[in-house]
Ligand binder design. Sequence first.
Ligand SMILES: [Cu+2]
Length: 156
Amino acid sequence: MIGERMKVASLALLLFAAPFIGCSRTVAPPKIVEITGDDFMKFSVTSFDAKPGQSVTVKLRNVGELPREAVAHNWVLLAKEAFAPKFVEAGTSHPEGGYIAFEQEFYVLAKTKMLGPGESDSVTFTAPGVPGAYDYLCTFPEHYAGGMKGVMTVRP
Ligand SMILES: [Cu+2]
């Protein structure tokens, strides 16, 4: 009987204390970044900041009018270890994978769908805990070379 009460009491204490245990710094509130892509192979946002561990939602909209066979866009966030030009090059022969090569998938931290004109998609992810610059880009052929890229900077 007493044991049961102790169990309930310690559970209540744990629930109360849980948010404070191991949490010397507070996690930043969720962030929403709205980005558009156009027929000129440009993102409307080419840099933004995030806090380590912050929940980030990127909403991408293709505001262009050209048919998706000619111009489509996605938003792909890469790990720090990735080398963007090589990543993009490897993907050009993989339209079935959104122009992302299967063997390069592990570099992808977050991505949206490939979008035709007027389409939108969003992706929510947790910003990496390691501060630094993280490249993002569109994998549609020639778009990275045309300047469709940006940087998410993680700073504490
Ligand atoms: Cu694009």
